[in-house]
Design a binder for this molecule. Structure first.
Ligand SMILES: Nc1ncnc2c1ncn2[C@@H]1O[C@H](COP(=O)(O)OP(=O)(O)O)[C@@H](O)[C@H]1O
Ligand SMILES: [Mg+2]
Length: 456
């Protein structure tokens, strides 16, 4: 049996004021694989624990197969939970670890056939008579999975089950989880802070921030149509380029987006999306460009819909199959609070003991000062502008380490491209891939319900 799980405006308040989860609503179909994604502390585990019955629901309703289940005891929910710290009983063989929930469920029945079938499914038959301490991390995690699935639960709840594995193994077990849950057809809710993991696993991804659900959509829509600047910045590697800008819409003449030192002219006739920008005239907006929306090429090579910019090379990041070019285009990056590790300027390694906080420290403080729960539902909050960045003082860096750079745009290029730091390069920006967010971070372009540039 597999379950439909619904949360209707569910909140969790710890003590008097800590709103760990704020009016969270989500309907999950039987057999669906939904990922809860968000930075650490955003309330993912709390949602999962409320579904499992390990945490009381302060407000709202949990429905299992359409029936209110707020007060249903955990064991009657028939769900299996897999945690990051998959605690196996060290003095039991792996066989007994897997069979343990079965022996609790029906003590008199011989469970060995079920245990062996489960082990076969997971490829761990050969370790059944060993003890957990004799296994590798990946095998141990599979035994833990085996324990979770042996009693055929109605749903899997997985809380960062792979974070203790090294990255190679993580990818391997991740593929196994996807395959296994698809085979079993069991409703699965999977918690992670890793966007790549979420995108590769989920039928749908639910992005959370500060206890508030931001967006629920397929991985593809989450990437292509982020509802707000937080989702846009949280999803995708390298992180989307976010620039502060102003719409310039003269009564006569061409409309453009002012990026500070350069302008993006909007092609005429204006697309319906770009027409929407007219009412933003003079207002602050945030322009979002994913790294694939801009390329290094001269204006003569512009395709329809591409406009020219230029940038100064700050540094190159070699990635093997490609290189990332960090450029300065003279604009101000927009910084989104609450992202776990904001990609600001290139990683600074400052000496200790300098007087006063640096740009990064100040931003981190501002992000920390953001109080979860105060965010209005589905509004990502005003975007913090990185104004008057501290002038760099060469004396504050150790000589062998890179200084903070002021790149505001990262674009991809072939791995063999050699660009000198300080060189000016021509860029072409594809306006079909232009995102525009208002001052509160809500996406205004592409207009909601529109899917430009996505061939289905
Ligand atoms: N038992 C608790 N008492 C008080 N605050 C808690 C408790 N558990 C979690 N919190 C707070 O609730 C928020 C959400 O926590 P959690 O659900 O664990 O986040 P995540 O799993 O996304 O990292 C955090 O701010 C955390 O400090
Ligand atoms: Mg957690």
């Amino acid at each position: 049996m597999t379950r439909a799980i619904s949360l209707h405006s569910v909140s969790k308040v710890y003590g008097r004021t800590t709103r760990a989860v704020d009016r969270f609503s989500l309907d999950i179909d039987p057999g669906e694989f939904v990922v809860l994604l968000g930075p650490s502390g955003c309330g993912k585990s709390t949602v999962l624990r409320m579904i499992a019955g390990l945490e009381d629901i302060t407000e709202g309703e949990l429905l299992l197969d359409g029936e209110r289940a707020n007060l249903l005891p955990p064991r009657d929910r028939e769900m299996a939970m897999v945690f990051q710290n998959f605690a196996l009983y060290p003095n039991m063989t792996n066989r007994d670890n897997i069979g343990f929930p079965l022996s609790l469920q029906s003590p008199r029945q011989d469970s060995s056939a079920r245990v062996e079938a489960t082990a076969r499914m997971l490829g761990i038959e050969h370790v059944l008579d060993r003890y957990p301490s004799q296994l590798s991390g990946g095998e141990r995690q599979r035994v833990a999975m085996g324990r979770a699935i042996s009693r055929r639960p109605s749903a899997f709840l997985m809380d960062e089950p792979l974070s203790n594995l090294d990255s190679k193994l993580r990818n391997h077990v991740r593929a196994e989880i996807a395959q296994l849950t698809a085979e079993l057809g069991v409703t699965t809710i999977y918690v992670t802070h890793d966007q790549a993991e979420a995108m590769s696993l989920g039928d749908r991804v639910a992005v959370m921030r500060g206890g508030v659900l931001q967006q629920v959509s397929s991985p593809r829509d989450t990437y292509a149509l982020p509802r707000n600047v937080f989702v846009a910045a949280f999803i995708g590697t390298p992180r989307i380029n976010l620039l502060q800008a102003v719409v310039y819409a003269p009564l006569e003449g061409r409309m453009s987006i002012d990026l500070g030192r350069q302008r993006l002219p909007l092609p005429e006739p204006l697309s319906p999306d770009h027409q929407l920008l007219r009412i933003q005239q003079g207002r602050k907006i945030i322009v979002g460009l994913r790294s694939e929306a801009a390329r290094i090429a001269p204006p003569s090579q512009a395709r329809p819909g591409e406009v020219a910019l230029s940038g100064i090379v700050e540094h190159m990041e070699y990635q093997g199959h490609e290189a990332l070019v960090h450029l300065n285009t003279g604009s101000q990056p927009a910084v989104v609070p609450d992202l776990e590790s904001p990609r600001l300027r290139a990683a600074p390694r400052r000496r200790r003991g300098r007087s006063g906080p640096g740009v990064l420290e100040r931003l981190r403080d501002r992000a920390a000062a953001h109080v979860p729960g105060r965010v209005p539902a589905n509004v990502s909050g005003p975007v913090v502008a990185l104004d008057d960045p501290e002038p760099e003082n060469p004396a504050t860096y150790t000589p062998d380490r890179p200084a903070i750079t002021s790149s505001d745009l990262v674009v991809r290029t072939g791995p063999d491209m050699r660009l000198r730091t300080g060189a000016q390069v021509p860029l072409l920006v594809d306006l079909a891939h232009l995102y525009v967010f208002d001052d509160y971070g809500q996406r205004i372009c592409p207009a909601p319900m529109d899917m430009p540039g996505i061939d289905t």
